[in-house]
Design a protein around this ligand. Sequence first.
Ligand SMILES: Cc1cc2nc3c(=O)[nH]c(=O)nc-3n(C[C@H](O)[C@H](O)[C@H](O)COP(=O)(O)O)c2cc1C
Length: 156
Amino acid sequence: MMSLKSEVLIIYGSSKGRTARMAGVLAEELESAGIPFVLKNVFEVNPRELVEHSHFVLGCSTYGQGDLQRDFLEFERGMDDLDLSGIKAAVFGSGNSRYAYYAEAVDILEAKVKIQGARLICPSFRQDMMDEVPDGDEVRTWAAKLAAALAGEASS
Ligand SMILES: Cc1cc2nc3c(=O)[nH]c(=O)nc-3n(C[C@H](O)[C@H](O)[C@H](O)COP(=O)(O)O)c2cc1C
């Protein structure tokens, strides 16, 4: 079997830049924890790259009636044939709690990574744009927890 790249693959889809800013905070936290990563916008990633990394993180905002951000739609369909067993994942995204399907994209992607065989390494994070800022304390706290979980894996 091909050996997996150890750097964490962070992929985000964002129309107004909020989820992109959250991804930036995550990158800062991994950087300060000394955890190698690559940060990519979903439109520049082939879903097959997911099977090349031991860990990945997906960040996606919600549009329509609880739909994935538009750049993520094709990517998510492209995950259908992937065998993600043995791979660890985490999911986050920005949403607006005034919508009926609050941050539903996070739920869709959580279900997807699990169906394809990956394991979630920490609880997902939903950022409510109504009362949080994309680079605020909440996302930083979550990113630090994820960094700690990743660091714990590396040392075990
Ligand atoms: C047309 C439209 C539909 C939206 N639908 C939802 C929704 O169903 N659920 C939700 O949580 N947020 C919804 N939102 C809010 C966005 O997810 C929110 O503004 C988010 O911060 C955008 O993040 P982004 O800049 O990363 O794309 C919607 C926003 C717009 C403009």
